[in-house]
Design a protein around this ligand. Sequence first.
Ligand SMILES: [Zn+2]
Length: 217
Amino acid sequence: MTTLQQIELRCPICDTAFRSQAVVSTNSFGGKRTDFHERAAGTQPLPYLIHMCNRCGFSGSERDFTEESDVSPVLKEHVWNELAPAIASGSVVGSEKYEAAAKVAEWQGMESRHVADLLLRAAWCCVDEGDVEAERFFRRKAAWKFEEALSSFDGVPRDERAVLTYLVGELWRRVGDLTQAHGWFNKVPTEMVDTSTQQWVLDAARQLRVGPREWFG
Ligand SMILES: [Zn+2]
């Protein structure tokens, strides 16, 4: 089972203290989708791995609410101008928290890949929220960010390029753009560096090209 616990956080932007739910333990008994979305049995942990300040909208992991957080005047300005006005009363859903966290990461100048990961998680949350439109929106944004990471000189370690190339293809497939999806799946072989450990990526890409699956295993 996934167990949650209430934690106390202090916002590094506006200094507001607030309570949030955090994940104590979880499991992956719910299987893994072909876009690496791992499912838990019981409560899904994803929405509780990111926290949002209910006063200014600053969002991030628990670590982002500690002294280690990189808070510049420029970041503060962005948060007050762009996140604070969008705060809704009532509870926020996971995808909203990840969307805000992705913006924060971008303003902090984090690597494209990190921003892309947050956008991908926003899309995963949308699956549970039953919001197909928003899911596609975040999948597209995640795909573009992963593409950006792949096209930069050292945005992705050499031995992870094949799996991310596959993932970009899979994101486009789930958006419904099969032309782009197949284009990316076809690039997987050229990104392989070690066939003994990466054969599964090649197999997964081939599988999705010929007979789509939703789950691994
Ligand atoms: Zn705040």
